[in-house]
Design a protein. Structure first.
Length: 383
């Protein structure tokens, strides 16, 4: 085995993409000193997007002072390459920054300030990674930071999830995104609409700290505001897939800015030139914290698998938890699956021991499979 690619999503709250790659790299070099291990940090638009494009996409890291979901000063990063910028919503509006978690009060205003910084730096194409948010403000915070004004009883205010139903008028004349002539491209791989049984509030708000009463309120407010924006802007938003990402951010980003929605994973793999990397690879390792039925519906592992299959490169899946039958993943095309959590472990123990378990499982897998692969390579070369 001469070249191994590690392209795994982060194990949230446990290991980043880069850390996963580093552990695999360490063990590989112990057993195969001459092997090349290429680590490609992966993100579908959520946490880790900036890190990924800086490490492998040719972008440069940019730092600045913005604000967190409660509008307290917060240092965060974005990325730039020429006139292109990559902003990761989770940097200033992420779930991990919300203490306590309350989508009724959290705002995306800090993310809007990051976009504003990119505009002031001369960027004309802004890629916004949607994912990992702790907010449900319909993107109003982003819009407000970019010069959009929201009115209630004739006075301007900054709407949050709690006050979405108070918006009575919107003024977009001072919108900096429009004035700079820039294009906004939103990166996400969820297909949830703005509201309803599969909408932003019903599917995502509970993990952000909402109870049933608040979930219902957020859903109703989002629907009501959607109807208002559709009337004001003469557009159709209610049935568009993906606008429910990141606390229904697509409501403002599509409704006011006419953003383009793209697959975050596809865009990232294009920046990283994965298909070129696969041309010389013998194996690719991918995965995420929990692999379950959703993993086979467009998330990182499936996206990597599809690219690798086109290049005839075997794919090994790694996960902290497995929420489906291993045979299902093998039937889907993965060559094998490594699961880090053992039956006797609690979730907390699993997270604590994940780095050690990853090295143990990878070492065992290499020892079990390497001899057969080497033999196969020799027989091919002889023939």
């Amino acid at each position: 085995m001469k070249k191994i690619i590690v392209a795994a999503d982060s194990f949230k709250g446990c290991m980043s993409s880069s850390e996963i790659g580093a552990h695999i790299q360490t063990v590989t070099h112990e057993l195969l000193p001459a092997a090349e291990v290429t680590v490609l940090p992966i993100s579908d638009g959520g946490e880790g997007l900036v890190e990924a494009v800086v490490k492998n996409g040719g972008f440069l890291r940019q730092e600045g002072m913005f604000c967190d979901p409660l509008r307290q000063p917060w240092s965060a990063v974005w990325a730039r390459k020429g006139s292109e910028a990559v902003v990761e919503l989770a940097q200033c509006s992420g779930l991990g920054l919300c203490q306590p978690r309350n989508p009724a009060l959290a705002s995306t205003y800090g993310t809007g300030l990051q976009i504003k910084a990119a505009l002031n730096a001369g960027c004309k194409t802004i890629y916004l990674g949607l994912g990992g948010s702790g907010t449900h403000d319909g993107g109003c915070g982003i819009a407000a930071a970019l010069g959009v004004r929201f009115f209630h009883q004739g006075k301007t205010f900054l709407p949050t999830g709690l006050t979405l139903d108070q918006i009575e008028a919107i003024d977009v004349s001072g919108c900096e995104l429009r004035n700079f002539g820039a294009q906004l491209i939103c990166l996400c791989d969820v297909t949830n609409p703005l509201f309803g049984s599969t909408g932003a509030a019903r599917v995502f708000a509970r993990q952000k700290g909402a109870d049933e009463r608040l979930i219902g309120q957020l859903d109703r407010s989002t629907e009501a505001l959607t109807r208002k924006v559709e009337a004001w802007q003469a557009c159709s938003l209610a049935n568009l897939p993906g606008l429910g990402a990141a606390g229904a951010c697509g409501l403002m980003l599509k409704g006011l800015f006419n953003c383009e929605i793209r697959s975050g994973l596809k865009q990232l793999l294009q920046w990283m030139r994965l298909d070129e990397q696969l041309a010389e690879a013998d194996l690719i390792v991918t995965g995420e914290g929990r692999i379950d039925a959703q993993s086979l519906q467009g998330k990182v592992p499936l996206g990597i698998l599809r690219h690798a299959q086109q290049a005839n490169v075997p794919v090994l899946a790694v996960c902290g938890q497995l929420g489906m039958a291993k045979t299902t993943l093998l039937e889907a095309g993965f060559c094998d699956v490594l699961v880090l959590q053992q039956p006797s472990m609690s979730e907390q123990e699993s997270i604590l021991h994940a780095p050690q378990r990853l090295q143990e499982e990878w070492r065992h897998w290499l020892k079990q499979n390497l001899p057969r692969q080497e033999l196969a390579e020799k027989s091919v070369s002889v023939s």
